[in-house]
Ligand binder design. Structure first.
Ligand code: GLN
Length: 287
């Protein structure tokens, strides 16, 4: 018996509901779109289009994976962030909406005409760096990562978005080898989950995200201890930094940046109103 787009969608939704997946309606729609090549609009306007046996088999495979709690973005291999679409390979953290808080801090500091150089430490898929470069046509940026997979994914995303001329990528350990005072803005979403908390995370994260992108050591703060002085070192005087934090890390991370000599240190909340970013400046010369 042939299956229509609408039947495929409702069947998929029922399977995900039965598997107690959090957002069965959206997830099933995204998986049907990916498996059939139909757009969201087509599912609505052409609901009786027949789904081929091949597409049906692909969809079944996707649903099996989602039932095993693989995130949709991992299954379909892409995720929207800010105004850009990113490919996400297995080696990178799937970009989160929470991380857009960093853009809320950085973009107002530079208008569209500004020429500035930015650094994204632990660039992953390239989400933060590329979303900012896409908004600021005269900016250039460097992304570093300790994962070669991530560098490959980020580079590929830069090329797909036509940003390769303004984005470079470097495999390595944080700021290793970088000269002092090289950047106008430094951003990072480092791994910040305390080691013992990782086990209790939902399966989508625990089983399907790269551990190297999550593990912040004993108390989750290991990387900020390294990053605070290093970010202040590679920033130009007067430069801006913004780092993502866990919801309960504002005080500790603020203290680390203040101890490293940062000025105007402030905490910014995400849309869920949880503390999400610590931002500040490197004091200008003469202050
Ligand atoms: N916010 C991510 C999560 O909840 C963690 C990201 C990170 O450690 N930088 O899984």
């Amino acid at each position: 018996m042939s299956l229509t787009l609408l039947q495929a969608w409702t069947g998929a939704r029922d399977r995900l509901k039965a598997a107690q997946i959090d957002s069965p309606v959206i997830d099933s729609r995204l998986l049907v779109e990916a498996a059939t090549g139909a757009s969201r609009l087509e599912i609505a306007t052409d609901p009786y289009r027949v789904v081929s046996d091949e597409q049906r088999a692909v969809l079944d495979g996707y649903l099996d994976r989602r039932e095993r709690r693989e995130p949709v973005a991992r299954i379909i291999g892409r995720k929207g962030f800010w105004k850009i679409m990113l490919n996400v390979g297995p080696g990178v953290l799937i970009p989160r909406a929470d991380t857009e808080t960093i853009l809320d801090v950085v973009l107002p500091a530079f208008d569209e005409q500004s020429r500035f150089q930015m650094l994204d430490l632990g660039v992953g898929s390239g989400a933060i760096l590329l979303a900012i470069l896409a908004e600021r046509p005269h900016a250039t940026g460097l992304g570093t990562d300790i994962s070669e997979d991530a560098i490959a994914v980020a580079r590929d995303n830069a090329a797909r978005l036509g940003l390769e001329a303004r984005a470079s990528f470097l495999y390595g350990d944080w700021t290793q080898g970088m000269a002092d005072a090289s950047f106008d803005v430094v951003v990072s979403n480092p791994p910040y989950i305390a080691r013992e908390v990782i086990e209790g995370l939902e399966p989508e994260v625990r089983l399907h995200e790269p551990m190297v992108a999550l593990n912040g050591g004993e108390d989750g703060l290991d990387h900020y201890r390294t990053l605070a002085p290093e970010i202040l070192r590679v920033l130009r005087p007067g430069g801006l930094f913004a780092v993502e934090i866990g919801y309960d890390q504002a005080e500790a991370v603020t203290a680390l940046f203040e101890a490293a000599g940062a000025g105007d240190v402030r905490v910014v909340k995400d849309l869920g109103t949880r503390d999400r970013v610590v931002a500040g400046t490197k004091k200008p010369l003469g202050n």
